[in-house]
Design a protein around this ligand. Structure first.
Ligand code: ZN
Length: 76
């Protein structure tokens, strides 16, 4: 992620966590793998808040953040 206000791959999209984690087509394959791994932790599709470690269950939040870290390492 850069300091640019727009996604490096999607000029019309803002460079924000929601776009990177949930929408950017550039990272689709990594996102599919991420959501597959997350499905073991989150019975329902996780929200952006969940993805950023905001779930109230700290163990669930910790596992989620570990998966997000892997996603970010692959996408950046
Ligand atoms: Zn994008």
């Amino acid at each position: 992620m850069t300091n640019s206000p727009h996604c490096p791959w999607c000029p019309s999209q803002p460079d924000i966590p929601e776009h990177l984690l949930l929408h950017c087509p550039r990272h689709h394959s990594h996102r599919v793998a991420l959501l597959h791994s997350l499905s073991a932790i989150h019975p329902h599709r996780p929200t952006l808040t969940d993805l950023l470690g905001g779930c109230t269950n700290t163990i669930q939040a910790f596992k989620t953040l570990n998966l997000i870290r892997t996603f970010l390492q692959k996408t950046n």
